[in-house]
Design a protein around this ligand. Structure first.
Ligand SMILES: O=P(O)(O)O[C@H]1O[C@H](CO)[C@@H](O)[C@H]1O
Ligand SMILES: O=c1cc[nH]c(=O)[nH]1
Length: 289
């Protein structure tokens, strides 16, 4: 049975609806970033670039780095965008867009996020590189999909108990990243972490400018959580969706986070652009290595 035009949506040139990409324009290794301006900061290091496309916040470059074909694509901010980005990346490799049918032989992508984050632990300073071993989603995205077999319900339940999590908020969920990919990207220069993914940057991450939050102690409670030695290290806005949709659809995912803010000490990184370049080169070399 073929997928309906209202469900699998294609543009006039046959490209997938939001990303504006054709299957042949995508590499099997995909780097995602939040900021569209970060795409060229990565592809500038490529030996050659074969594809440059942009639709909405999804800017995509595909090229070769040290012999490895890599796609780098921006997703914009938030797991609502990640639902679109990862579902359409999967469709590009696992659905025959002409026949509108799911392929019999499925492909597995390596999806690596390079993003920025805030540490909630004094001992993880600004400028650190965190590789997310697990993601803790506060966004609720994965509750909209039937298969929950890969969710770490034991960790999520312990989190709700220990933090007395408000039932007014989405039920937190936990997903493990792609183990092999995480090992490949880890070294003495990185810290393995449990990354919290929030639905926003201000109130949802406990930031107060003018508007009060219902529980000013929320970040301290999150920081105090401990599951067999696993503690929440940092907060950002995409990793849980990337880990969740990747597990759901059979892809490998890893998330590399540059710590810009330390929420415990109140510091913010001054040489953010220089440190992001270091994380980019570090990650590219690990991928190509
Ligand atoms: O630097 P990026 O990849 O956008 O990631 C982080 O920065 C944004 C907030 O400033 C959110 O997207 C958050 O996840
Ligand atoms: O504190 C921070 C810094 C970057 N990105 C976030 O989402 N939070």
């Amino acid at each position: 049975m073929s997928l309906k035009a209202s469900e699998l949506i294609l543009n006039e040139d046959g490209s997938i609806y939001h990303l504006g990409l054709l299957p042949e324009e995508l590499a099997n290794t995909v780097i995602t970033v939040g900021d569209p301006a970060r795409v060229s900061k990565i592809s500038v290091h490529f030996d050659s670039i074969e594809v440059k496309k942009q639709k909405r916040e999804f800017c995509t470059h595909t090229g070769i780095y040290k012999g490895k074909r890599i796609t780098v694509m921006s997703t914009g901010m938030g797991t609502d965008n990640i639902d679109i980005a990862l579902t359409e990346l999967d469709a590009l490799v696992n659905i025959d867009l002409k026949q509108k049918k799911i392929k019999e032989d499925l492909s597995r992508l390596d999806i690596i996020r390079i993003g920025t984050t805030g540490s909630i632990r004094e001992e993880i300073p600004i400028g650190s590189f965190i590789v997310s071993e697990y993601a803790l989603g506060f966004d609720g995205l994965m509750h909209y999909y039937k298969d929950d077999s890969f969710l770490r319900k034991d960790i999520a339940e312990a989190f709700v108990d220990q933090t007395d999590w408000s039932p007014k908020k989405a039920l937190p969920y936990v997903v493990e990243g792609g183990k092999e990919l995480i090992e490949k990207l880890s070294s003495d220069s990185t810290i393995k972490g449990l990354t919290g993914t929030n639905v926003g940057f201000y109130g949802p991450q406990g930031r107060i400018l003018r508007a009060e939050v219902p529980d000013p102690e929320m970040n301290n409670k999150i920081a105090a959580f401990n599951f067999n030695g696993h503690k929440v290290t940092n907060l950002e806005m995409e990793t849980s969706g990337i880990y969740g949709i990747s597990k759901l659809l059979g892809h490998n995912a890893a998330s590399m986070n540059l710590v810009l803010a330390n929420r415990a000490t109140g510091e913010f990184l001054e040489n953010a652009s220089e440190m992001m370049d270091k994380l980019i080169i570090y990650t590219l070399d690990k991928i190509a290595g």
